[in-house]
Design a protein around this ligand. Structure first.
Ligand code: MSP
Length: 586
């Protein structure tokens, strides 16, 4: 079984979460859900970064101890994951005692390897970045990222010999051209390495809020070293079993470009020093921008995702972020943009497609999805008299093999969509995958217009009234001895169209699951109880996990084996319901 370990950055608890944090967590969740659908062994980690100067300062400003402050703020960050519908398997806090102990052991390994020495640091430090910075990189004396004034620091610290890893790091980049993605971020990180690396201070003498250096408790470990190690430490205590062998090295560390240097340079060097394998990939997505600028609390321009989520649900929010912004590039977001896309694509396109399909099956076929007409079945099946494909998507053990190829005008496009979405998601091109899914939503809507089921129903009924031989008012769906009346033809075409649409919705429920899990489940519900499928995740298995993430109740969703045309099981009865996406009227 393939494994897939994905992480988000652990977020600072100095302030409340904003849409940028929700974005990364959502994107990681999309990838994790897709890999669960593939049947991979998935571990999805997020959490909070709770030590360091800025958390200490934020707590002091509120008259709280740092731990009291962190305990309050962490609730809001756990809530981000819950409200965007993320099924993370664990939520790590860097104040967890198990993490703290692990960090000390890790740093001790680097010390024992001879990569840490004592020296003095004299220079600038930006608390907003939690980073040492050089005078020449400031803009008008201010941090270019945060617009804040760095502080001067002069203290004896422990230093990590980053310079000693320059060659090995560059070689790793050259040997692994996919180590950092997308490519321009790889180039950025490699060129930073090639410009020459200086040793870095990895402890603080004046700060109290941190993990003690194991061999010198007068110093605390630099917050970034403490934080990066979370990706390893979590595996040692997230579950009653040690997950290290099962999941390390991480498949993807996901983040925006602000923290590329820490992950692309310092983290791999620390891992090399301590003797661990490096993560397989870093994926750097872009910034969500508001009014042309990166959102940042320090700058005071942030968009709060929660009112939108509370009002319209997690799925429209997830959809908007991944549809509006090309994954891997920066993009502008706004509340107006959200509402416009919601109305045009969710309400008018997807919502409408679902409601009209269900209502037409209700109106024309008494709510039962018709069997496809015999001439639409492959020859072997029609000789057997079988009216439906042999595979049932409800069963995890359904036989694999070529699906019954119904001769539908949608079949080829549906199969091409499944293939494209799979390869785009495997490639972490999340927005391109959603674009492919949307192409199929639009195709189904066009199909409704082309086939005009209401006309077919009318033709079937009109001919019937003219005495075209229906039994008991039941629509005719089978041709008799090649003598096909107009009514029979219309009824058969109607059956075929309604079957195609129901099958199209079933397929969408599989392809949409990573992006909009609640919507995918709602579509399956409308297609009838037979389609409900869910399997447990690592979080679901991990009873009693220390941060209560197991209660998110996220299942693995419909298997990706269902992403093929022609698997609609027989005997489905559709269930009408309220609109999935009521229009926003304001
Ligand atoms: N605590 C560190 C990370 C340590 S990881 C070992 C940190 N925290 S943070 O709270 O500042 O989070 C930064 C991350 O939040 C970004 O890399 C990105 O994942 C996400 N984003 C924050 N603002 C964002 C946008 N405006 N747009 C997109 N992502 C954003 O850095």
């Amino acid at each position: 079984m393939a494994r897939f370990y994905i992480t988000t950055p652990i977020y600072y608890v100095n302030d409340v979460p904003h849409i940028g944090h929700a974005y990364t967590t959502t994107a990681a969740d999309v990838a994790a859900r897709f890999h669960r659908q593939l049947g991979d062994d998935v571990f999805f980690l997020t959490g909070t970064d709770e030590h360091g100067t800025k958390v200490e300062q934020a707590a002091a400003a509120r008259g709280l101890t740092p731990k009291e402050h962190a305990d309050e703020m962490v609730v809001k960050f756990k809530d981000v994951a819950r409200r965007v519908g993320a099924g993370n398997d664990f939520f790590i806090r860097t104040t967890d005692p198990q993490h703290e102990k692990y960090v000390q052991d890790f740093v001790q390994r680097c010390y024992d390897a001879g990569d840490i020495y004592k020296s003095s640091y004299s220079g600038l430090y930006c608390p907003a970045c939690e980073a040492y910075c050089a005078e020449e990189n400031l803009v008008d004396g201010l941090c270019p990222d945060h617009g804040t004034t760095p502080v001067h620091m002069d203290e004896d610290n422990y230093f990590f010999r980053l310079s000693a890893f320059q060659e090995r790091l560059a070689a790793h980049y050259r040997d692994n051209p996919e180590f950092v993605r997308p490519r321009h971020r790889y180039n950025e990180a490699l060129s930073f390495i090639e410009q020459g690396l200086d040793d870095i201070s990895i402890s603080r003498a004046t700060l109290k809020w941190g993990i003690n250096v194991p061999w010198d408790p007068t110093q605390v470990i630099y917050v970034w070293v403490d934080a990066l190690i979370n990706y390893l430490s979590a595996l040692t205590y997230a579950s009653s079993q040690d997950l290290f062998d099962r999941f390390w090295p991480a498949t993807y560390h996901l983040m925006a470009q602000d923290i590329l240097k820490f992950h692309g340079v310092i983290w791999p060097a620390l891992l090399m020093s301590a003797g661990y394998e490096l993560p397989e990939h870093l994926f750097i997505h872009g910034y969500l921008k508001l009014g042309g600028e990166k959102m940042s609390k320090t700058r005071g321009n942030v968009m709060d995702p929660f009112p939108l989520i509370d009002r319209y649900g997690a799925d429209p929010f997830r959809f908007y972020c991944l549809r509006e912004v090309s994954f891997g590039q920066d993009g502008m977001v706004s509340e107006e943009g959200f509402k416009a896309r919601y109305n045009s694509e969710l309400a008018n396109e997807l919502g409408n497609l679902v409601s009209r399909t269900v209502s037409m099956i209700g109106k024309y076929r008494g709510g039962a999805v018709p069997a496809p007409p015999p001439e639409r079945l492959p020859e072997d099946d029609s000789r057997d008299g079988a009216a439906v494909p042999r595979q049932s998507p409800g069963s995890a053990d359904a036989p694999v093999g070529p699906p019954a190829r119904l001769n539908s005008p949608l079949a080829a496009e549906a199969e091409a969509t499944c293939e494209a979405v799979r390869s785009q998601l495997e490639d972490m091109d999340l927005s391109a995958a959603l674009e492919s899914v949307w192409g199929f939503v639009r195709r189904l809507n066009r199909y409704v217009e082309e086939q005009a089921p209401w006309k077919l129903a009318k033709a079937a009924a009109t001919s019937k009234e003219a005495g075209a031989g229906t039994a008991g008012g039941e629509p005719i769906s089978r041709a008799v001895d090649g003598d096909v009346s107009a009514a029979e033809q219309a009824a058969a075409a109607l059956d075929a169209t309604l079957w195609d649409l129901a099958e199209g919705l079933r397929l969408l429920s599989v392809l949409l699951h990573p992006f909009m899990p609640a919507t995918a489940a709602a579509i399956r519900e409308r297609l009838g109880p037979m389609l409900q499928t869910d399997r447990p995740t690592v979080a679901g298995e991990a009873a009693g996990d220390v941060h209560g993430i197991g209660d998110v109740g996220v299942g693995a969703g419909p298997s990706w084996r269902e992403a093929a045309w022609g698997l609609l099981p027989p005997g489905l009865s559709v269930v009408a319901g309220p609109p999935l996406f009521p229009r926003i009227e304001e």
